[in-house]
Design a protein around this ligand. Structure first.
Ligand code: TTP
Ligand code: MG
Length: 399
């Protein structure tokens, strides 16, 4: 049975960090702007996070050593990243996206898939939906996005990239193969460097070359993934836009350090404060969760999450912290400094169920303690009462 046409959108903001800096400082506009490590007149270490399209003309790109970027364009405006600012802009973009469809898969700070199959009617056609979405992003954030509209995720992703910046490409279901086949084989999802070399050795250079190949031959060489590549090349890509589990309810809190840190006491006390905040919100909303997640972003924007699911749902700070501390201690940050920490509790059970019959004595005691802390904080402001660790670190920070 032929499946109903889907309308998948991929949105990717243009030169995101650099575009935000240009927006906020008119003197940077139309100039090469490079966000990343300090170049120190070409002697700096670290890499380029991103750069404006003006800087790309000099051959500069993300992840390039900053010293090389400096050599290529010493007159560029070099800026350190301001993640707080970028996160805010990202949140605003996501807020807008959610007005166009609830089916959203966040891919990164500036990138997401949307399935608009059930919502485009609200805006007319799928095409009008995308144009409206671009217009809203521009009007409300002052930034441009590139958008791809296609019947599959892979095609939408490729399409959003082809006319950057401020691009829009629409691929109709009938035009899908015509769009895919001339493209370089490296653009196909799942083709890494090794596969690419092997394909080229077989005389396969475009997606069309794969599509026209006998699938049995591909399976012979690449196994199961050979079949998958053949399917993708023939426009068969059933992957759905995956709503992030985070969007299913969770309660979380994050903290970005003013400077990246490797101070263990500071890290642990921050984790404690985050656990307290999450615990409080859980209790306010009468929720207990079983999955506790630590988010840790290291210098260079490298982000990791570690999660543990416990047997008994909880909202007690002591339990949450115990799990978070263990997750942190088991995490190897390989000597890198920490930029951001986050604590999340999800996988909820309904509190009422817990509150009935089997409330243990220990629970009652802890709950009383929490309520008392809550009252004091209400009276004197948040942060008045903390557990020993965070209190100690607070006073230390002040001095
Ligand atoms: P990208 O979307 O890959 O890049 P971009 O938005 O700067 O440019 P494009 O127009 O090509 O989409 O990444 C989004 C942001 O993530 C980018 O602005 C900076 C950050 N980033 C890094 O810090 N390091 C990296 O290596 C990459 C690729 C991105
Ligand atoms: Mg981008």
């Amino acid at each position: 049975m032929k499946r109903k046409a889907r309308f998948i959108v991929h949105v990717d903001m243009d030169a995101f960090f650099a575009a935000i800096e240009q927006r906020d400082n008119p003197s940077y506009q139309n100039k090469p702007v490079i966000v990343g490590a300090d170049p120190k007149a070409g002697k700096g270490r670290g890499v380029v996070s991103t750069c404006s399209y003006e800087a790309r003309k000099f051959g500069i790109h993300s992840a390039m050593p900053i010293s090389i970027a400096y050599r290529k364009c010493p007159q560029a405006i070099f800026l350190p990243p301001d993640f707080e600012k970028y996160s805010k802009a990202s949140e605003k973009v996501y807020e807008i996206l959610y007005e166009f469809s609830p089916v959203i898969e966040p891919v990164g700070i500036d990138e997401a898939f949307l399935d608009i199959t059930s919502s485009y009617h609200l805006f007319g056609t799928p095409r009008k939906t995308c144009l409206k979405l671009k217009e809203r992003i521009k009007a409300e954030t002052g930034l441009t996005a590139s958008v791809g509209l296609a019947p599959t995720k892979m095609a939408a992703k490729i399409a959003s990239d082809l006319k950057k910046p401020d691009g829009f490409i629409e691929i109709s279901p009938e035009g899908l193969l015509e769009f895919l086949w001339p493209l370089d084989v490296g653009k196909l999802w799942g083709v890494g460097k090794k596969t690419e070399l092997a394909l080229r050795a077989m005389g396969i250079n475009t997606i069309g070359d794969i599509a026209r190949k006998d699938v049995k031959k591909l399976i012979y060489v690449f196994g199961k993934s050979g079949e998958h590549l053949w399917e993708l090349a023939n426009g068969i890509d059933e992957r759905e836009v995956q709503i992030e589990p985070e969007e299913a309810k969770s309660i979380s809190n994050e903290h970005t350090f003013e400077r990246d840190t490797d101070d263990e006491r500071k890290i642990k006390s921050t984790l404690m404060i985050l656990c307290e905040k999450v615990s409080r919100r859980l209790r306010e909303e009468d929720l207990k969760g079983r999955t506790i997640t630590l988010k840790i972003r290291l210098e260079g924007f490298e982000t990791h999450t570690r999660a543990k699911t416990i047997q008994q749902p909880t909202n007690f700070v002591d339990f949450i912290f115990k799990v978070i501390k263990k997750l942190y201690e088991d995490f190897n940050r390989k000597g890198k400094k920490v930029r951001l920490l986050g604590v999340k509790v999800s996988n909820f059970s309904i509190q009422e169920v817990q509150n009935t019959l089997f409330k243990e004595k220990e629970d009652v005691r802890l709950e009383k303690l929490h309520n008392a802390v809550e009252k004091i904080n209400e009276k004197f402001g948040e942060g008045t009462v903390h557990r020993a660790r965070s209190a100690k670190s607070k006073s230390k920070n002040k001095s």
